[in-house]
Design a protein around this ligand. Structure first.
Ligand code: UD1
Ligand code: CA
Length: 469
């Protein structure tokens, strides 16, 4: 097998400044982890350019965790995904050597691209732009993406000269070179034969005693920096502050995609939709809506202000009113939920059902057209279609040790203020009187009443009321 293009994603670094108990490239970011972004960008780039490609990720620090993730993610990308290990993190040049040594066919490719695992905003279009400038000039051996930094501190500076340029790292730079604001982004595309001819000439005679990949670029080589207009694209994640900055940018990009695809937004700047989430056209999100993880929303839904949805599946024409919290729930067509509803894992709200304010539902299945409109707890329950649950209902599902099931048939009516002590079965078309505490099964079509009988004592109220003079 031979490939046109090899992509090396450098991801061996530790990332101690993030202070997370994770390898840096597994830091969570808008529903993904950091490394997914360069993987997808490279994969899409190869597809857009119609080139056969391999992607090799160089792992090192906490490599078991990173490799596990890559194994799971493999099926999500089309290119062939390979892993190389860099035992000692002796610099970006050392990392690329491991890529060539360990990844089969990497040396036989025509082009090699290098991407860092921690720069999630770079997209396939940016990669195409950079590649276009390399392919435009057959004499060119390599291009590096550069940009003008507002604060160039920490970046390698681009020193242009001769037929090429060189890159000088902050630590090794003279005061004059430090004043240069054009900096190296860490993204390169080169002819593979050029890389192989020069990669093994690199040494570690610099202030960091590292093998600098940047030493591939020399003033007397045919190499060129391609200066991109925006700094934002190249933000790398080294600190939690930078993780927040890139997350915000990625949320805004997601909002732009949603608007493009026909989803209405009240205000992008207060809408947080993970990249993993799909939303159908005609749906409308109000401010302060957060939709995370493995969630999806169908067409023509309305999610009102201050709702937080995690791993929740919503079908079409659903309205979720303000201040709802949902996790692991599903809602079928045309249902209305909220305001102030809490749906917990495995809550399934049937088609056209209504769940009102201060209702908590857990591991329960509500059939079509069920109504639970106010102040209720429904847990471990099955409720048949068109049944109405009155205000202040409690499925008493927990005996202190075990959870038990409540089953209520269809077309039934449970009056307000009822407790059903599980395990319990209520048949179809039955009626439970308000204020009942029920602990015996109710057969189909029955009326059940379970409360103390009322007596009225004539004139006795004044004994209890405050005296009036
Ligand atoms: C590098 C560039 C610098 C550029 C900057 C952009 C070099 C010598 N310098 O510096 O010119 O401005 O990126 O962000 O390349 N990595 C490995 N193995 C190693 C060392 C690093 O895999 O031994 C990986 C890291 O995980 C990271 C990437 O390479 O994904 C870049 O490494 P980092 O240490 O962040 O490079 P900088 O010092 O910032
Ligand atoms: Ca470094």
């Amino acid at each position: 097998m031979s490939y046109d293009f090899g992509v090396a994603i450098l991801a061996a670094g530790q990332g101690t400044r993030l202070k997370l108990n994770l390898p840096k490239v597994l830091s969570p970011c808008v529903g993904e982890v950091l490394i997914n972004f360069p993987l997808n960008a490279a994969d899409q780039f190869l597809a857009l350019e119609k080139m056969s490609g391999l992607i090799g990720v160089v792992v090192g620090h906490q490599r078991e965790l990173v490799s596990d993730h890559l194994e799971k993610y493999r099926s999500k990308i089309k290119s062939s995904l390979k892993i190389a290990v860099q035992e000692v993190q002796n610099g970006t040049g050392g990392a690329l050597r491991e890529y060539f040594e360990q990844i089969p066919h990497a040396k036989d490719t025509v082009y090699t691209m290098v991407l860092c695992g921690d720069t999630p905003i770079i997209g396939s279009k940016d990669l195409q732009e950079l590649f276009a400038s390399l392919s435009a000039d057959p004499k060119l051996n390599a291009v590096a993406a550069s940009f003008i930094a507002k604060n160039p501190k920490g970046y390698g500076r681009i020193v242009r000269g001769g037929s090429g340029f060189r890159i000088v790292e902050e630590k090794d730079a003279t005061d004059d070179i430090r004043k240069i604001c054009e900096v190296n982004s860490g993204l390169y595309i080169a002819k593979t034969e050029f890389v192989l001819a020069n990669l093994y000439q690199i040494d570690d005679k610099n202030k960091s005693n590292e093998l600098y990949l940047t030493d591939l670029f020399k003033e007397n080589h045919h190499v060129r920096p391609v200066c991109f207009p925006s700094e934002e694209v190249f933000v790398g994640v080294n600190t939690l502050k930078q993780l927040q900055v890139v997350s915000k940018t990625l949320y805004q990009m997601k909002c732009d995609d949603l608007l493009e695809s026909g989803v209405r937004l009240f205000d992008s700047s207060s809408t947080y939709v993970d990249w993993t989430v799909e939303i159908g056209r005609g749906s409308y999100l109000y401010p302060n809506v957060i939709i995370e993880g493995n969630s999806s929303i169908g067409e023509n839904c309305c999610i009102m202000a201050n709702c937080h949805l995690i791993d929740t599946k919503i079908s079409n024409d659903v309205t979720v009113k303000s201040f709802c919290s949902m996790e692991g729930a599903s809602i079928q067509n045309s249902a209305v939920v909220g305001p102030f509803a809490r749906l917990r894992p495995l809550a399934n709200i049937g088609e056209g059902s209504k769940v009102g304010n201060f209702v908590e539902i857990k591991k329960s299945n509500l059939g079509k057209g069920v109504k639970v409109s106010h102040l209720s707890y429904v847990g471990d329950a099955e409720i048949g279609e068109n049944t109405n649950i009155g205000c202040g209902f409690v499925s008493v599902n927990y005996d202190g040790v075990n959870k038990h099931k409540t089953s209520i048939g269809k077309n039934s009516f449970i009056g307000s203020g009822c407790n059903l002590i599980a395990p319990i079965k209520v048949g179809d078309s039955s009626f439970v009187a308000a204020g009942s505490t029920v602990n015996k099964d109710i057969p189909e079509g029955s009326f059940a009443i379970a409360r103390g009988r009322q007596t009225n004592k004539d004139g006795l109220a004044k004994k209890f009321l405050p005296k009036k003079d």
